[in-house]
Write a protein that binds this ligand. Structure first.
Ligand SMILES: Cc1cc2nc3c(=O)[nH]c(=O)nc-3n(C[C@H](O)[C@H](O)[C@H](O)COP(=O)(O)OP(=O)(O)OC[C@H]3O[C@@H](n4cnc5c(N)ncnc54)[C@H](O)[C@@H]3O)c2cc1C
Length: 673
């Protein structure tokens, strides 16, 4: 057999085979190559072959724009009429031309020409916002020293809190720069979200090809939307491969830290596996403690009276068994949607308690394996992986018009914007079709607010599961738990053995419960309680020098850009590393955001937020985790290109650096005049 078959080997074994080399992945016989190319995505293959061969006939094959998901985005697809010709060219190149071929990173001019060919022509801002997406550079988001790395004091240390995607991504950045760091992780293993959430059906709902760091090329995902064990395995693999594992201390919790103004260092209090508290001196702290680290527990009368099991989705373990049980699932967000199908297959009865209907979208290839042919193409066709990334991202480049109203469109009777209304119509049809046009279900399931006002949920067969004989959908509000089950507002009683609370997370608890104490003894949580939970660029807070947050308040970008969260993490890590490096290169010991810059950032942010769907749609803003106490908390509110400009390079005019050495400090003051 030509191509690798994963069946029959565990994930780790599979990974070992595929990363250490598997003969079947290196089969370049004509028949094998042709078989793989015939399964290729034509737009991707066209770009890869053109870049490798510069064949003008390939350039003349022009892709057409196509809308996806009812108009949520646009992508560019090449007509099938070109397949035979393109496959022939591919076979020729791969069987005869590959030996002389040398892969190289295109310069800006070439890259621009290529990006323009792949979709519509880009203006300067668009080019800047997209140039790293195909990830030709080995480390597209690497921070770089201005010359060689300066000497650092022997005890120089950056403490990273948390070993999820954020902490590991930050570790890779510092590792490459030669900056000493240590990662403390309170759990016994790394992975964060992907170690904590092991409930049935847990998987990424953004494509695996997007949910990956851009420096790890052609990772051999087995599914288009990887399941939780595979994502956790991936992060383990990254930590090992990029040298981060040796700087990790697991089962070690950061309890808090206090900034010592005399030494310009943080005293970090950690408690290790032995339960003993110790202090670690750090020059910088990067908190990568996650947005979804604090479970939101069920808050309803009678919780203590219930005699069965109550399990939050974060507390799921493989020993939990729902076989023949009467189960209640509370919540229909991303988690509740993912787990229903698998629970319903085993349980005696499942009652799904829904407070608010969600917009739930299908995704192409959700649940599907990555074919052997695709994996072969990714590994063997030069630039195929890069163009797969870029063309895959095209449909989510510009999502701002889904998130901001079009007043003219509304004046003509539209609900929100042309693009948003088109998606709404598409999803309405989807709901009707999924539930076989059953009017009783349609009326309960149809949201009365625009899509994207809350996080879009991906359908994992949830609607189909609702049609099963052993599943019912309850929309009557829960009033209390009783010893034997759940009572709702109409007085109905539901007998239940197990309550699964898919109630999500307390996202407002950033960096909680660690206690960080900055200048003048100010506690971060107190400051946030008073001023609102805010961080400049999502990362920096005045009075907290040398302290950064990853995935902090207002840092989530949902307005486009085509990149997944791991790439966002690379961008944040480059920003943070650049600030740390500038501090070192300027012989300074502290850096913090200026209060005036912070205030002006938030004036602009709060103003822009007023015009977003998250605050405009009153019916959902109260129950939308992006919003907290009337303020936009989680997301950034600007168009992607604007945000990209702000976040990719620090504006040092907004930051204040100081040196403990008076001579250096007076030099800095001179410079700033
Ligand atoms: C079920 C689920 C599915 C998701 N699916 C997607 C998806 O498909 N696509 C997507 O883009 N995003 C998804 N997300 C969001 C996801 O959280 C992020 O993509 C990403 O994993 C966040 O990484 P992180 O490192 O910032 O945080 P986390 O993964 O939460 O990691 C934070 C780590 O910090 C540790 N920690 C916290 N405090 C301390 C302390 N004081 N001391 C020591 N250690 C500490 C925690 O134990 C944890 O390991 C999902 C989230 C959940 C909950």
């Amino acid at each position: 057999m030509l191509l690798l078959k994963q069946s029959g080997c565990g994930l780790s074994e599979f990974l070992k085979r595929i990363t250490q080399g598997d003969e079947t992945m290196n089969d370049f016989s004509q028949a094998s190559v042709r078989r793989a190319l015939e399964k290729a995505d034509l737009s991707v293959l066209r770009m890869a072959l053109f870049q490798a061969t510069r064949d003008p006939e390939i350039a003349a094959m022009v892709p057409e724009p196509q809308t996806v998901r009812g108009g949520a985005g646009v992508t560019y697809q090449l007509s099938e009429k070109y397949r035979d010709a393109l496959v022939e060219k591919g076979v020729g190149f791969l069987t005869r031309g590959l030996e002389q071929f040398e892969s190289r990173v295109p310069d800006d001019d070439e890259l621009r020409e290529l990006l323009n060919m792949a979709g519509d022509p880009l203006d300067d801002a668009e080019f800047r916002a997209r140039r790293e997406i195909p990830a030709f550079d080995p480390f597209p988001w690497a921070a770089k020293w201005s010359s060689s790395r300066p000497a650092l004091p022997d005890d120089f240390l950056v403490v990273i809190v948390g070993a999820g995607f954020g902490g590991i991504g930050m570790g890779v950045q510092l590792e490459n720069l030669g900056i000493p760091y240590i990662i403390f992780e309170r759990r016994p293993e790394i992975g964060g979200t992907w170690s904590i959430n092991t409930y049935p059906g847990a998987r990424v709902d953004t494509p695996s090809a997007v949910y990956e760091y851009s420096f790890e090329k052609s990772y051999p995902w087995t599914e288009h939307f990887a399941q939780q064990p595979e994502v956790r395995e991936y992060i383990e693999y990254i930590a090992e491969k990029y040298g981060v594992s040796k700087k990790l201390q697991v089962s070690t919790e950061v309890k808090g830290a206090r900034f010592d103004e005399a030494t310009s260092q943080w005293d970090v209090e950690v408690v290790g596996p032995d339960g003993v508290s110790r202090s670690v001196r750090a020059n910088f702290i990067v908190s990568a403690s996650g947005l979804f680290a604090s479970a939101r527990e069920l808050e309803v009368e009678g919780v203590g009276d219930f005699t069965g099991e109550i399990v939050h989705t974060t507390a799921w373990s493989s020993e939990r068994d729902v076989t023949d049980k009467k189960v209640a699932v509370i919540g229909n967000g991303s988690t509740g949607i993912q787990l229903l199908g698998q629970i319903a297959e085993k349980a005696n009865r499942v009652s799904v308690f829904q407070r608010t209907p969600q917009w739930i979208s299908p995704r192409e290839d959700y649940g599907a394996p990555v074919s052997d042919e695709l994996r072969w193409l990714m590994k063997n066709v030069p630039y195929y992986w890069n163009w797969s990334r870029y063309i895959g991202a095209l449909s989510t480049m510009n999502l701002y018009s889904l998130l901001t109203p079009d007043r003219e469109w509304q004046a003509k009777g539209g609900a929100f914007s042309k693009q948003n209304d088109a998606v709404r119509e598409f999803l309405q049809e989807y709901i009707k079709n999924q539930v076989d046009h059953r009017p009783d279900l349609i009326s309960k399931l149809m949201p009365n607010y625009p899509p994207f006002a809350r996080r879009m949920v991906v359908d994992n067969g949830w609607y189909k599961a609702l049609l099963r004989d052993n599943v019912d959908l309850v929309t009557d509000p829960i009033t209390r738990l009783t010893p034997g089950g759940i009572e709702t507002a109409s007085g109905a009683q539901y007998d239940v053995d197990m309550v699964v609370t898919a109630t999500g997370f307390s996202v407002e608890k950033y960096v909680w419960p660690a206690d960080y104490v900055g200048l003048e003894g100010v506690h971060l949580q107190d400051k946030w309680a008073e001023d609102g939970t805010k961080a400049y660029m999502g990362m920096m807070v005045p009075m907290f020098p040398n302290f950064f947050i990853m995935y902090g308040p207002n840092s989530q970008n949902t307005s486009g850009g085509g990149a997944g969260l791991p790439t966002q993490i690379e961008i944040w890590s480059r920003y943070i590393a650049s600030v740390i490096m500038a501090t070192i290169e300027n012989d300074c010991s502290t850096v913090q955001v200026e209060q005036s810059a912070f205030d002006s950032f938030y004036d602009n942010l709060d103003r822009a937020a007023q015009n977003t769907i998250w605050l405009l749609d009153e019916s959902s803003s109260a129950r939308n985790y992006y919003v907290c106490r009337g303020r936009l908390l989680v997301n950034q509110p600007w168009p992607h290109n604007d945000w990209h400009n702000m976040i990719t390079r620090p504006n040092f005019a907004d930051l204040h650096m100081s040196a403990s050495d008076p001579a250096v400090q007076s030099g800095l003051l001179e410079e700033s005049r």
